[in-house]
Design a binder for this molecule. Structure first.
Ligand code: 0A1
Ligand code: ZN
Length: 887
């Protein structure tokens, strides 16, 4: 098995590269590169043997020269992954000539063909698939890029920085020269060539300069770029006004491609986007897509400072740029929503993501701290832990230090480290300087994996009128970390009276009562007790308000208390959370009843709480849509000691039907009332109305009201936006409607020409539930894999059909006959040959096999073992996932 790389083994590079000139002769099958580097020994390196070791992968080496002299083959050492050139003991010019084949590059790392165009993706180690180089983030060089190419095939030639020259050559070829004024690591290099059209705007930035913004896409997609451009302008304004960070370039470009492993990439001045985060119009994008585009455009743009200007010393520091940049994009999205209650919607969505993906990761065999200690394949560590938990860690710092001090620390971090490749320490040290406070205990968030459990026991003493909270934190063991030390956890608490008003939170022994409000505590010990006084009656505590810390709070509240908080807590996050916990608890009782083969009525407390919230006119539709949706089967399963996907599914459906039965009329009325007349507008308010409307229709359908299905079918046919059309189709796909196939075929016919829509259609199929007598979903997925609408070579299609089935349809995927797992094994095996990153991502769908009921765990174990036995055929990234799952 491939070797693990350890954080403690970091060594400074033996050499530095000050400038690099790359000359490309583009050809779809055989692209040539002349790579001329100004190299010098690194005075900070502990090794000074003069051997320059460059990385390379899937390249054909043509020649190596040093200071103009061509080396013979015996003067260097070439292996499958390295080129070693001895004798570089002083500043030298090293020139490498090599070739590679973009069309054969199905891994989509390096330079690859996307349709008739060429695209690049270099993070994290793709640059070595372009030329031999010191492919590590702590080597920063100034890049000049010369691109020569046949003009008819590749009329547009882009790279980072400024266009210096452009001219036609003979034989129908042309040439463009790009120069990037900012030294950068190789992972931020980008090249794009092809037949592309562009939307261009100029914008005046705060220092008075006028900058050119461009969005490059295939010509037929040009009309889908307005929202992307608007989002980019908003992001630029926001980074200036909120963080004082200007755009440092005169030109900034975004390019969209249908072939991309991840969401998007922050290459300096030339961001490359997965088309799903760059193209929108009312026919191809839903409300969520519009929202996500704004957030991803923001994310990549914000990397310009947090990632590019201040970059990483090594890949273990990934969260330094990713956690911080996710935090920044979350704040951007929240600010775009406006006032406090709308911002809460953003916070709730962020936490749903964290709970449904990061918490399971933290509880499984791949659990790692936000700064991992080791990896086999860095591409497996672009995880929800590094990204989303990383963002929570940054948020906790802001909460602990206060916004003003945090901002001071952030400014200091940027000022001190601009142009450098640094570690997470640089950020923490800047925060320490700004606050004058030691963050020693806080650093444990960077070192310990696992989600802390915060258990709270409360006691009211009628005699003394004191209220005690005993708070205990424990963090379960994770791979390689059996025992954990207590974290520093910000823990805001409010005490509510019977009307939900905040009471003064006064500790026993304090002279004066503070004003009523939320009080921030810091948990630093395994266990602490807080005793409150000055209370007339037993209060209801509202804990970890706003989800200040990424922990699981276990307070054992009764259904009554949860219902009280769901109707009275003024902290919108906690109100949402109370409703979710109430639903979760009621569903759990159904799961247990089913296991005991008994029956249990769905508790009235929940049903009444739902009715009351539906009627509450002080709440926004967007909030209600989030609060009234039952937790996903995924989240519900995670909370059980052993996951029984079928039991979870039935329990959830039972509760949904009971709620639907009681409020059938109300759901239909609300659905009617939430209709949005007029032209489509993707902004927050109408989006929220649509979300609530579609949720109400789903409830109405759960009660099998014939009118609901009529409304849904009608909505599919008449909707003027994709959100409603898609929501309707989704409901039809999981309904008893005899016309189901007719609708699905109709949708495919009208969507076939649009890859983004075909992918959504595939996702609907993969996420549907099969009605009795219908073909099982696994069979439908297999059939669809054989059609022209699917290809294992396209990551978006794999994610839409296969990953949706593996991760978002637990009841069907974890079928007791093991057919889902069989498909998983076959798909991972085939994908491995095509695109190891995508294969590894799919492979992860079974990593938590130990959490399942014995029969399912055994079947999953068999499927993983079958692949493990063929590990010789597998890429190290897939092997790493299987190894961690099994051992
Ligand atoms: N840095 C990008 C994510 C990204 C990571 C790896 C990639 O290819 C292996 C591509 C993109 C971001 O955070 O947006
Ligand atoms: Zn990022």
């Amino acid at each position: 098995m491939a070797q693990s790389i350890h954080r403690r083994d970091y060594r400074a590079p033996t050499h530095l590269i000050d400038t690099v000139k790359l000359e490309f002769d583009l050809d779809p099958e055989s692209t040539a590169v002349i790579n001329t580097m100004a190299v010098r020994p690194n005075p900070e390196s502990a090794v000074a043997d003069g051997i320059l070791t460059l990385q390379g992968e899937d390249l054909t080496l043509v020649s190596v020269s040093v200071n103009g002299r061509a080396l013979s083959e015996s003067e260097y050492d070439l292996t499958k992954t390295q080129l070693r050139i001895p004798g570089i003991t002083s500043a030298s010019e090293v020139t490498i000539v090599n070739r590679f084949n973009p069309t054969a590059n199905t891994a989509l790392s390096g330079i690859y063909a996307s349709g008739a165009n060429l695209m690049s993706q270099c993070e994290s180690q793709g640059f070595r698939r372009i030329t031999y180089y010191l492919d590590r983030p702590d080597v920063l060089a100034r890049f000049t890029v010369v691109i020569r190419a046949p003009k008819a095939l590749y009329p547009v030639l882009l790279s980072n920085g400024n266009r210096k020259e452009e001219r036609d050559l003979d034989d129908g070829r042309h040439m463009v020269v790009w120069e990037d004024p900012f030294p950068k690591p190789s992972y931020l290099f980008a090249l794009v060539a092809g037949r592309l059209a562009c939307r261009r705007e100029t914008m005046r930035v705060s220092d008075g300069r006028s900058v050119t913004l461009e969005v490059w896409v295939e010509p037929q997609d040009l009309e889908k770029t307005a929202h992307t451009m608007e989002s980019l302008k908003k992001a630029i304004r926001w980074d200036e006004s909120r963080w004082g960070l200007p755009l440092d370039l005169d030109d900034f470009k975004i390019v969209a491609t249908n072939d991309f492993n991840f969401g998007a990439m922050e290459n300096k001045g030339l961001n490359i986007f997965n088309a799903r985060y760059a193209l929108a119009n009312p026919a191809v994008a839903t409300d969520d897509d519009y929202f996500n585009i704004e957030s991803v455009v923001g994310h990549e743009y914000f990397h310009n400072w947090t990632g590019n200007r201040v970059t990483l010393r090594d890949w273990f520091q990934l969260t330094l740029k990713e956690g911080l940049t996710v935090f920044r994009d979350q704040e951007f999205s929240a600010d775009m929503l406006g006032e406090a209650s709308a911002r809460a919607v953003q916070r709730i969505k962020d936490v749903i993501r964290l709970r449904s993906a990061q918490f399971p990761e933290d509880a499984g065999p791949m659990a790692h701290p936000i700064r991992p200690e080791s990896y086999v394949e860095i591409n497996n560590f672009y995880t929800t832990t590094v990204y989303e938990k990383g963002a929570e860690v940054i948020r906790m710092l802001q909460t602990l230090l206060g916004r003003e001090t945090f901002r001071k620390g952030f400014d200091d971090y940027i000022r001190t480290n601009d142009g450098k490749a640094v570690t997470c320490e640089a950020f923490l040290e800047a925060m320490e300087r700004a606050s004058g406070r030691s963050l020693e205990q806080f650093r444990l968030w960077y070192a310990q994996a696992g989600t802390p459990r915060v258990t709270v026991r409360s006691r009211w003493d009628e005699a003394t009128h004191t209220f005690a909270l005993e708070v205990t934190q424990t963090t379960p063991p994770t791979p390689g970390q059996a025992a954990k030390r207590p974290f520093l956890i910000p823990f805001p608490v409010a005490l509510l009276d019977a009307d939900g008003n905040k009471l003064p939170v006064r500790l026993l022994g304090e002279d004066a009562a503070p004003a009523p409000g939320t009080r921030m505590f810091e948990l630093t010990e395994a266990s602490s007790t807080f005793v409150f006084t000055g209370l007339a009656a037993c209060p209801v505590p509202s804990l970890n308000r706003g989800f200040a810390a990424p922990v699981i709070v276990e307070a054992n509240e009764s259904l009554e208390t949860l219902a009280f908080l769901a109707s009275k807590d003024r902290d919108p996050f906690n109100r949402w959370d109370a409703m979710q916990r109430l639903m979760g608890e009621v569903i759990r009782r159904q799961i247990h009843a089913r296991l005991l083969k008994s029956s249990e009525d769905v508790d009235r407390i929940l049903i009444d709480a739902v009715g009351a919230m539906l009627d509450d006119e002080t709440l926004s539709p967007a909030f209600k849509a989030l609060a009234l949706e039952l937790p996903s089967e995924k989240i519900l399963g995670e909370r059980e000691p052993l996951i029984d996907p079928q039991a979870v599914h039935v329990a959830r459906e039972t509760v949904m039907t009971a709620i639907a039965k009681r409020w059938s009329t109300k759901f239909l009325e609300t659905a009617q009332a939430m209709q949005v007349p007029g032209d489509y507008d993707p902004s927050a308010e109408p989006s929220g109305r649509r979300a609530l409307m579609n949720l109400c229709l789903a409830y109405a359908q759960a009660n099998s009201v014939p009118r609901a299905l009529i409304m849904i079918c009608d909505q599919y046919q008449t909707a003027n936006n994709l959100t409603n059309r898609l929501a309707a189709l989704k409901m039809i796909a999981s309904s008893q409607s005899p016309r189901k196939n007719e609708f699905l075929v109709d949708a495919l016919q009208s969507w076939a020409a649009e890859p983004l829509l075909v992918n959504k259609w595939l996702s609907i199929q993969a996420g549907a539930k099969a009605m009795p007598g219908e073909t099982p979903i696994v069979e439908r997925v297999r059939q669809l894999m054989q059609t022209e609408f699917f290809s294992l070579k396209n990551p978006n299609k794999v994610y839409a059909l296969l990953l949706t089935f593996f991760t978002a349809n637990p009841n069907e995927f974890h079928s007791l006959d093991g057919s889902g797992y069989q498909l998983w094994a076959e798909a991972v095996m085939e994908l491995n040959r095509i695109n190891p990153q995508v294969a590894a991502r799919c492979a992860r769908s079974l990593e938590n096999w130990r959490r399942y009921t014995p029969a399912l765990a055994r079947l999953q174990h068999e499927a993983i073992t079958a692949l493990w036995e063929r590990r010789e055929e597998l890429d190290s990234s897939v092997v790493e996932v299987l190894d961690k799952a099994l051992h």
